[in-house]
Design a protein around this ligand. Structure first.
Ligand code: SF4
Ligand code: SF4
Length: 90
């Protein structure tokens, strides 16, 4: 009898850094823009980004890596302080 233990692993990256070649930024139509005056450095945007595309800068503020941000807008939606707006990609 075949059980779940016999299924082959699929679509799972088991080693770290294996997703790095899959850059999604070139498909983006919008990108996040930060209003640094409103940012409280709570890091919710960093935690919620599904692509781990947000990084902390030396001053404690955050920015999106253009290579990996796909423009989904989740960071803007989750920021309680309205510090992120989605703007058109140019
Ligand atoms: S969620 Fe908003 S307030 Fe919090 S760190 Fe991100 S931009 Fe700043
Ligand atoms: S728009 Fe989406 S992919 Fe880009 S930084 Fe925000 S949450 Fe991450």
């Amino acid at each position: 009898m075949s059980t779940w233990e016999h299924n082959k692993v699929g679509c799972i990256l088991l080693e770290k850094n294996q997703a790095q070649p899959f850059k999604k930024g070139d498909k983006r139509t919008q990108k996040p823009a930060w209003d640094t005056d409103k940012c409280t450095k709570c890091a919710l945007c960093y935690l919620y980004c599904p692509d781990a595309a947000i990084r902390e800068k030396a001053d404690g503020l955050f920015e999106a890596d253009p290579d990996y941000c796909k423009g989904c807008g989740i960071c803007a939606r989750e920021c309680w302080f309205g510090a992120i707006s989605m703007v058109e990609e140019r």
